[in-house]
Design a protein around this ligand. Structure first.
Ligand code: FES
Ligand code: FES
Length: 168
């Protein structure tokens, strides 16, 4: 009778930039980015919501673009620039997107807020690069992948418009 061979899955070494600092880690190939961020990097600001790519609560920035970390394999972060909500603020204070969210009262329970903030940040980066001011409709479209069960979205869209288009 033939003996079954035990399958050994090797960890993979990845090097990437985490919130401005170079990091090297060994990662299990099947590990999702959200679990890597929360469990292995101990950064709890990225929230697990639907875990199906529908709610946007887990959004992070990869090379400046918003990505659902529940739908992304952690090993694919190799060579990239990962920004979580913890990386937006620094010793000088909050990021302008965070300031705008607070100023416009765009946060209630806060569960969606880190993902929402990262999506707004990615739009701010994109429109700044394109030297373009998006319309309210374009901003709404950009936030389509982020669900909020509390605020009714009005304040969030106001906060996004204010910081992206630099209006009061
Ligand atoms: S938890 Fe990732 S999209 Fe909902
Ligand atoms: S503030 Fe509660 S889900 Fe958005």
């Amino acid at each position: 009778m033939s003996k079954k061979k035990k399958l050994v899955v090797q960890n993979v070494e990845v090097t990437f930039i985490l919130n401005g600092k170079k990091v090297t880690k060994q990662i299990r190939p099947s590990l999702l980015l959200i679990d890597f961020i929360r469990d292995e990097l101990s950064l709890a600001g990225t929230k697990p919501g639907c875990l199906e790519g529908e709610c946007g609560a887990c959004s992070v920035l990869i090379d400046g673009a918003a990505v659902n970390s529940c739908m992304y394999l952690a090993i694919n972060i190799h060579g990239k620039n990962l920004t979580t909500i913890e990386g937006l603020s620094d010793v000088n204070g909050l990021d302008p997107v965070q300031d705008s969210m607070i100023k416009h009262g765009a946060v209630q329970c806060g569960f969606c807020s880190s993902g929402m903030t990262m999506s707004i940040k990615s739009m701010q980066i994109k429109y700044k690069k394109d030297k373009k001011k998006p319309s309210k409709e374009e901003i709404k479209k950009g936030l389509e992948g982020n669900l909020c069960r509390c605020t009714g979205y009005v304040k969030i869209i106001e906060a996004a418009e204010a910081v992206i288009n630099k209006v009061k």
